[in-house]
Design a protein around this ligand. Structure first.
Ligand code: AMP
Length: 396
């Protein structure tokens, strides 16, 4: 069975066609500038040359049709008939408090996705457009929604409530939801296997460190806590997002700089994080290079980023009354040995010991702690598309 995985943004569509017999990627690609002049599709069949199709894509509907014709194309296609696609799995940002698991799309599911437009204003409308475009292009084909907030639904009320007047929770569902859920779920489950931990009681911390960064604590794969909140702005310091700040900072800067709350939020989302502190870049490779050249603010940005991760790990060990394994994933977590080494260095109190040689490995699954380390530490590459495809297959 082949599963098509879709990730729709407001003007983009990423896809992968995965053969679930051996979980191999048959083709992947990206539609850019949907609804904007100069739209194009980049289609990459595995083992063949990349194809770029420059064609008008006024809507997600036309983008989906273009993707399907690329997949079916006699030359650079990878399937002969649409019947080979068993189902479509969609990444959906927000399922509110309704969905703690993936679900086959029906009218009710679409209504909930629509009701969550408020909570995910940039993503949910595009996610729904993607679903409806696929329904129109492939009538009768099962569509599955995989929610980025599903994993965070494991949190207990004491972990997800903000200590603000309760009426805001009742009226607007203001609470912590957590994001990167598909990644945290995929990696934390894999950790239980890879580290040979008990499937029900294994205590795992996953550090998803990329341009967006978040951290989760889970027991037996069930989320205890995760660092992102109502939106992905809360928690760790990220490429361009501030992570945790005292809300009074907003009021102070708005008053002094004559900014609106929306403008301030834009600064916290897009101009803060390691970019804001360093003034150099949001890319951790640029930060490392600037630090090498003696840039003090780049060093400060990286130090602050590491410090916040270390602080959250301590909090999550306390929340779970222990930890069996810590995993690193995403761009920085999978590739940056120095970041992993710096996060683990202050964890001696937990009995963490890192094998410096193993830690040099990049981008592949590996245990980086020594055999006598009390906590197992590892790198587990994340694979959100495969997680979506697996959930989709299990539901149809
Ligand atoms: P992601 O959002 O998961 O794609 O991660 C993107 C981030 O990973 C960027 O900031 C990259 O600089 C960072 N990254 C990728 N490769 C490396 C590497 N070898 N060393 C340090 N950072 C890296």
């Amino acid at each position: 069975m082949k599963i098509l995985v879709m990730n729709c943004g407001s003007s983009s569509l990423k896809y992968q066609l995965i053969d679930m017999e051996n979980e191999s990627v048959l083709a992947k690609g990206l539609c850019e500038r949907i609804g904007i002049d100069g739209s194009k599709l980049t289609h990459q069949p595995t083992g063949k040359d990349k194809v770029v199709v420059e064609k008008d894509m006024p809507t997600h509907q036309t983008a989906v049709e273009l993707v399907l014709s690329a997949l079916l194309d006699p030359e650079h296609g990878v399937i002969k008939s649409m019947d080979e696609i068993g189902a479509v799995g969609h990444r959906v940002l927000h399922g509110g408090s309704v969905y703690s698991d993936s679900i086959v799309v029906n009218e009710d599911v679409k209504r909930v996705i629509r009701e969550c437009f408020d909570l995910g204003p940039l993503h949910n409308p595009a996610n729904l457009m993607g679903i409806e475009a696929c329904e129109a292009a492939m009538p009768g084909k099962p569509q599955v929604a995989v929610f980025d907030t599903a994993f965070g639904q494991g949190m207990k009320p004491e972990a997800y409530m903000y200590a603000i007047p309760y009426e805001y929770y009742e009226k607007y569902k203001i609470r912590r939801y957590g994001f990167h859920g598909t990644s945290h779920m995929f990696v934390s489950k894999r950790v239980l296997d890879f580290a040979g931990l008990d499937k029900k009681s294994g205590k795992v911390i996953v550090c998803h460190l990329g341009n967006g960064a978040s951290i989760s604590a889970s027991i037996g794969g069930k989320c205890v806590d995760t660092s992102m909140g109502l939106t992905p702005l809360e928690g760790l310091i990220m490429g361009t997002r501030s992570g945790d700040v005292d809300p009074a900072v907003l009021q102070f800067i708005c008053n002094h700089e004559n900014l609106s709350v929306d403008e301030m939020l834009n600064i916290l989302n897009k101009k803060s994080g390691v970019l804001g502190v360093s003034g150099v870049s949001s890319d951790f490779r640029d930060i490392a290079a600037a630090e090498e050249e003696g840039n003090e603010r780049a060093k400060l940005a990286f130090d602050a980023f590491i410090y916040r991760v270390v602080k959250y790990i301590g909090a999550y060990v306390a929340a779970m009354n222990g930890v069996d394994a810590i995993a690193f994933t995403a761009g920085v977590g999978e590739n940056d040995a120095r970041a992993r080494e710096r996060v683990c260095a202050p964890l001696g109190y937990l009995g963490v010991k890192i094998d410096a040689e193993a830690n040099k490995t990049r981008g592949k699954e590996i245990m980086i702690s020594t055999p006598d380390s009390k906590v197992k530490v590892m790198v587990i590459p994340t694979n959100e598309e495969l997680a979506i495809a697996r959930d989709t297959l299990s539901l149809i």
